[in-house]
Design a protein around this ligand. Structure first.
Ligand code: NOJ
Length: 554
């Protein structure tokens, strides 16, 4: 615990000013906040179907547990409280909001008839946001496939049918919202829904449609996702060029911080490969995975199992990433080559098990991403890729089981975001990393997919009492205070947009001002650099933290 405190002090030391030119706000997803699962013509999604068919919530924690009280069919009740929630965001003076459209509100039967009331809801939301000076960011797919697509043909495992129906859905979204929404996100975190919904699952966290299939099903689902992304981005560019919609695919990437110079190359491969099995094909000049991936095996990804693409599929995918959308939650030290000892970087013991919350890592990971993808994206400036932090947040388990006063005075989440904003400030102001948007996960306490046993909101929602009343937590006020001077124009332009599919150059990574950086850059080069011997940003952070820790010992 003492060590955790040191990490925090080091990470927050630089909080002094805000960032003048960044859009900021909150992120959410339809299933997690809306409720109203069968209202106004909405069809059931695979998640609704899961709970309607007697699957129960996972993770019971004993007395006073909120799991029994939380209602999966109401969640945070955002569908009925949309105006109140936008007003809340406006009261924080936030300038960006990421939401997802529930596909089954638009196409209750998967295909065929469009449900106008579904269109109307999101249309009202977008207008409400724009009137409040908040830039909408629209996620097209945040895991809630219409159950009808699953019943009719097995959804993501039937590539042709899935892409056909997703394309019709995309077309309707563009026609209705394209003139008002500039930033689009196609598929949120494919590794999660492909792995837990279709691949083999060995724990209680099996997700709908609950296939529990073969490893190859997971990879086919991933490949279908990449191709579908390519198809719908091409559709937007060819059919609606007047709208200038910009696209990305949000991926969760954990940052591996090298402990010593010898660890830099492998640490960077561990970090970048989590993105490259999806972004790699979309950002590349030839539409294929970077060659180095074939031999990489990290976390969820085994490169030898990646299915190959046809020439037509590659042509559809290449050049379809306009910016990097990064969901940042975790970092960890990597000492696998040097074997040198590394400190543990977590803020608090009771946090969500998968989250290794080290906020200071946001500086290093954004720098690594900007430099690695910079040479590949048409919209890059000076060799650096524009980045939206499409999610960043802190999950608390003790808060979910505690009194509301504990939630409101959410000290751990406040500390997390203090570290994040400090790191972000160094990234943007000092390193000149082009992070143009920052979205905290999440505005509201909501339904964490299969459980209510953890809270992620910066605003408390009374789920236990059932009133769904909103109460602002201190972390929201602190975040708003940090960004108070960040006046981002509503028509925020991506830096240096060039025509889509322009020739990709392979400019060398620029030199950082301040932090010394090495990028293994496997994405840009096709194989990991063998000449990495300078110090990565995370390494300098590591040195700072280690020094601080050492000082405490004397
Ligand atoms: C990422 C997912 O996109 C989101 O739905 C989830 O709630 C957060 N991580 C927190 O686990």
């Amino acid at each position: 615990m003492k060590l955790a405190a040191v990490a925090l002090v080091a990470a927050t030391a630089a909080v002094a000013q805000n960032i003048p030119s960044i859009a900021w706000g909150f992120a959410s997803s339809a299933y997690q906040v809306e409720g109203a699962w069968n209202v106004d013509g909405k069809g059931p999604s695979v998640w609704d179907h899961w709970f309607l068919n007697n699957h129960s919530l996972v993770a019971s924690k004993g007395a006073g547990n909120p799991i029994a009280a939380g209602d999966v069919f109401k969640t945070a009740g955002h569908y009925d409280r949309m105006k109140e929630d936008v007003a809340l965001m406006a009261s924080f003076k936030s300038s960006m909001y990421r939401f997802s459209v529930a596909w089954s509100r638009i196409f209750p039967q998967c295909n065929g008839q469009v449900n106008q009331k579904g269109i109307d809801f999101y249309s009202r939301l977008i207008d409400e946001l724009l009137n409040a000076g908040i830039q909408p960011v629209l996620t097209m797919y945040h895991w809630d496939t219409p159950q009808a697509c699953e019943d009719q043909y097995g959804s993501l495992l039937n590539r042709d049918m899935f892409i056909r129906d997703f394309t019709s859905y995309a077309d309707v979204l563009y026609a209705n919202f394209g003139s008002r929404v500039k930033y689009w996100l196609t598929f949120n975190e494919p590794a999660a829904y492909c792995g837990r919904g279709f691949g083999p699952v060995n724990d209680a966290y099996i997700w709908p449609p609950g296939k529990n299939g073969r490893e190859s099903d997971k990879y086919n689902c991933i490949a279908t996702t990449s191709i579908a992304h390519g198809v719908v981005v091409q559709l937007a560019r060819s059919k609606y060029p007047q709208y200038e919609m910009k696209f990305s695919m949000p991926l969760i990437i954990a940052y591996y911080i090298p402990v010593a110079p010898a660890d830099v190359e492998q640490a960077n491969i561990n970090t970048l490969s989590q993105g490259d099995w999806l972004w790699g094909s979309l950002a590349s000049a030839d539409g294929d995975y970077p060659a180095y991936l074939k031999t990489v095996k990290t976390g969820d990804m085994d490169g030898s199992l990646l299915p190959s693409f046809t020439a037509a599929e590659k042509a559809t995918m290449k050049g379809t990433l306009d910016y990097i959308a990064l969901n940042y939650y975790s970092a960890q030290y990597f000492n696998g080559v040097s074997g040198q000892s590394a400190p543990t970087l977590t803020i608090k013991a009771d946090q969500v098990p998968w989250q290794s919350a080290y906020p200071g890592g946001i500086r290093g990971i954004t720098q690594l991403m900007a430099r690695s993808y910079g040479p590949l994206l048409a919209s890059s400036v000076g060799g650096l890729a524009p980045i939206m932090i499409s999610e960043c947040g802190y999950g608390s388990i003790s808060e979910a089981f505690g009194p509301i006063s504990q939630s409101v005075n959410d000290v751990d989440r406040q500390a997390f975001f203090e570290g994040i904003t400090a790191g972000l400030q160094l990234a943007v102001v000092e390193d000149k990393t082009p992070v143009f948007g920052f979205l905290a996960w999440s505005l509201l306490d909501n339904l964490e997919w299969l459980t209510f046993d953890q809270t992620w909101g910066l605003v408390h929602v009374d789920q236990q009492g059932g009133t769904l009343e909103r109460t602002v937590k201190q972390s929201a006020n602190k975040l708003a205070a940090f960004f108070a001077g960040s006046k981002s124009p509503i028509a925020l332009a991506l830096p240096g947009s060039k025509p889509a599919n322009s020739t990709v150059s392979s400019a060398p990574a620029a030199t950082a001002s301040g932090a010394a950086v090495t990028t293994a850059n496997p994405t840009a080069t096709g194989s990991p650099s063998k000449s990495s011997n300078s110090i990565a940003p995370g390494y300098s952070v590591a040195i700072a933290l280690f020094s601080a820790f050492a000082l405490m010992l004397v």
